[in-house]
Design a protein around this ligand. Structure first.
Ligand code: SF4
Length: 676
């Protein structure tokens, strides 16, 4: 490190990338981030960081940052002062009301900012049309775990994985997407834990696994039910737990009895013996944990996948105890918090339904609230295409790349009468905006993020924002006040957090003062409560206190046929992040791994007559994109992979949705590969 690049001070904060929520010390010189090191005292990462946390934070210093509010005039953006931008927005928004308005909150923004955007949408715009990107990642977890256990969150803690006797990693490429958690899993294996990996791709974690099941893409339900069936047949179920703490077991037992092993083998491509061996290992271990991610949720049967996993844990009593649990690994840094804060069309903050808690919130916010349930993220775009959503406020999101079937999203954005995009960089989405508002990055504001294990942590302002960029909470408050609304007189995020504590019971014992030293895991109900490392010790949070077995359907979405013979899986790379609004500004990251390829097994390459570096047209029922071929022996024959960092991959995916959670079929699509 050159002397001129050595930090002159350090600021303790939290990594802005994935849901692990690693503690970080930012090294600052002048007004620039020049280094980052892991916080050795943070219990989440104990000083460790992955490549993004260590080397990919200087996107904040990029000269491409938005610095002034911009208003579109005659097709061109012109710089304006904040007063003009706020008056312009207030004036425009006052013309829309209720169902004509929608807002998209952000898992990159703080709890305080998400809380304010949903409050603005509900109290000022009188609409419940608010949603965020969890719809595209863990909406099935929220729905399924809430229904089966009582709460849609990770039941246990990251560090418990180190002591779990058996870890089932299913639908997660943990080394790429949650690297610090992967490190803890590998550490656990070295210390004697057993590891079962279920994944269509021979991922890095397989090298450490005791059992690897390579199922066909999209066949997790039959595979998990097969494990349950084997456990039942071997009588390895936890009789006492089932009797004392659950309901619905008899129907589940009957359902399993009706499943034929032949069908399970045919659907999954895995033998009865291998599934049985995995079931026995999981059920006979004294403690067993399940971790999963988008490989489970991003399907039209994503909710069924999670129901199946929940049943597996309930069958063996592996929930409600330390070192066990069912643990959705959240993708973005604050996706848990955005959901906790009520950026959801049917729930107020703290998962309090709009049907049952309206009176409470009307009293607290001192206004009448809309009674109709709002619409979910994909419906916002569908309704915009139909002209029903006329004004849209997007905070820190780039839906034109992240949504499925992006052609229709583009059509929707063009159709919207008034579009506000608030972000730190211009994006593919902001081109369509009427107003672009420059926001602060994580390093330029205070607030809280809630990580994947429900840990609320403080982020701290380390440098001044560029130009006139402002924190999202400041911008929302200004617009609300300009529109004459009360309840937005906040001077700082601490004041907003204090209001959150008053309305969200599971956050009520958490204060900024307490967070100064260390993060706290919700539920935390009083100043004396240390928080909860794991859930459901004393009962499930469903109405009758019992967890419920729920019967998932075996139905598959798309299966290969003669026109679309390959299954395309989408996923992520360790070296990039989502739609790359941040990582594309970090020089050097692309040298580590090129993300623009279509990966396929070399046997498929030979069959198609293509070599590495050749181009193929990747064609699905929705659209087509060209991509360069790269061989990857880790993939099954007949299965191809593209990273969704690649700009156009969502031309190929389908917007057909999971009926229970609204999750589109982002993970697997059937495609044809045509050599060019
Ligand atoms: Fe950041 Fe996640 Fe890497 Fe930790 S594991 S440093 S939170 S990207």
């Amino acid at each position: 490190v050159k002397k001129s690049e050595k930090p002159s001070r350090e600021v303790k904060t939290v990594c802005p990338y994935c849901g692990v929520g690693c503690g970080i010390y930012l090294g600052i010189r002048g007004n620039r981030i020049v280094s980052a090191r892991g916080d050795p005292k943070n219990p989440v990462n104990n000083g460790r960081l992955c490549v993004k946390g260590r080397f990919a934070l200087n996107f904040v210093n990029s000269i491409e940052r938005l610095e002034k509010p911009l208003i579109k005039e005659d097709g061109e953006f012109k710089e304006v002062e904040w007063d003009e931008a706020i008056s312009f927005i207030a004036d425009k928004l006052s013309k829309y009301n209720g169902d004509e308005f929608a807002a998209i909150a952000s898992a990159k923004c703080t709890n305080e900012e998400n809380y304010l955007l949903q409050k603005f949408t509900r109290t000022v715009m009188k609409s419940n049309n608010i949603d965020h990107c969890a719809r595209l990642c863990h909406a099935p977890s929220l729905v399924a775990l809430k229904e089966s256990l009582g709460s849609g969150a990770m039941t246990n803690s990251i560090n418990e994985l180190k002591k779990s006797a058996c870890i089932l990693a299913i639908g997660t490429n943990t080394t790429e997407t949650h690297p610090v958690i992967a490190y803890k899993i590998i550490e656990a294996v070295k210390n004697g834990s057993k590891l079962i990996v279920v994944n269509p791709t021979r991922i890095e974690l397989v090298r450490h696994a005791d059992i690897y099941l390579r199922n066909k893409p999209g066949t997790d339900v039959p595979l998990i039910l097969g494990m349950c069936k084997a456990i039942l047949e071997e009588d390895l179920i936890d009789h006492e737990f089932i009797k004392e703490r659950t309901e619905g077991f008899e129907s589940f037992r009957e359902y399993l009895s009706g499943l034929e092993w032949d069908e399970i083998e045919l659907l999954t491509g895995i033998s009865h013996d291998d599934i049985r061996e995995a079931g026995i290992l999981y059920a006979s271990s004294p403690t067993a944990s399940i971790i999963y991610a988008m490989g489970i949720t991003q399907h039209v049967n994503g909710t069924d996948n999670v129901f199946a996993l929940s049943n597996l844990a309930l069958l063996t009593g592996n929930v409600g105890r330390v070192n066990t649990g069912i643990n959705p690994l959240r993708g973005q840094n604050n996706v848990q918090g955005s959901s906790d804060m009520g950026a959801l069309p049917d729930m107020y903050p703290g998962y309090q339904s709009i049907d049952n808690h309206r009176e409470k919130f009307e009293k607290k916010w001192n206004c009448k609230l809309p009674t109709e349930k709002g619409i979910i993220l994909p419906e916002i775009f569908e309704n915009a295409c139909k002209g029903k959503i006329k004004a849209l406020y997007i905070m820190g999101e780039n839906p034109i790349l992240s949504e499925p079937d992006i052609k229709s999203v583009e059509e929707a954005l063009k159709n919207i009468e008034f579009l506000i995009v608030q972000d730190i960089f211009p994006s593919e989405t902001s081109k369509f905006a009427d107003v672009i508002l420059p926001a602060c990055s994580f390093a330029e504001k205070d607030g809280t993020f809630t990580n994947t294990e429900r840990r609320v942590q403080l982020i701290r302002s380390a440098i001044r924002p560029p130009g006139d960029a402002k924190p999202d909470w400041w911008i929302i408050s200004k617009i609300a006040k300009k529109m004459g609304a009360a309840g937005f007189e906040f001077e700082n995020p601490r004041e907003i957090f204090n209001e959150i504590r008053e309305v969200v019971p599971s956050y009520s014992g958490i204060s900024y003062k307490r967070l100064e030293s260390e993060g706290i895991q919700w539920p935390c109900r009083s100043e004396e409560d240390p928080g909860s490392t794991f859930l459901y010790k004393d009962g499930f949070t469903r109405e009758n206190g019992r967890a419920k077995f729920i019967l998932p359907s075996l139905k598959l979405f798309e299966t290969p046929d003669k026109d679309y013979p390959f299954m395309l899986i989408t996923g992520r790379s360790l070296y990039q992040y989502h739609t790359r609004t941040m990582t594309s500004k970090v020089r050097g990251l692309e040298k580590f791994k090129d993300w623009k390829f279509l990966e396929m097994n070399p046997v498929d390459g030979e069959r198609l007559g293509v070599r590495e570096g050749d181009f193929v047209l990747v064609k699905s029922r929705r659209g087509a994109v060209k991509a360069k071929v790269k061989f990857n022996e880790a993939l099954m024959e007949g299965v191809a992979f593209m990273s969704f960092h690649f700009a156009l991959v969502n031309c190929l995916t389908s917007s057909v949705r999971d009926p229970l959670s609204g999750m589109p079929a982002l993970k697997v699509s059937c495609v044809d590969l045509i050599p060019q």
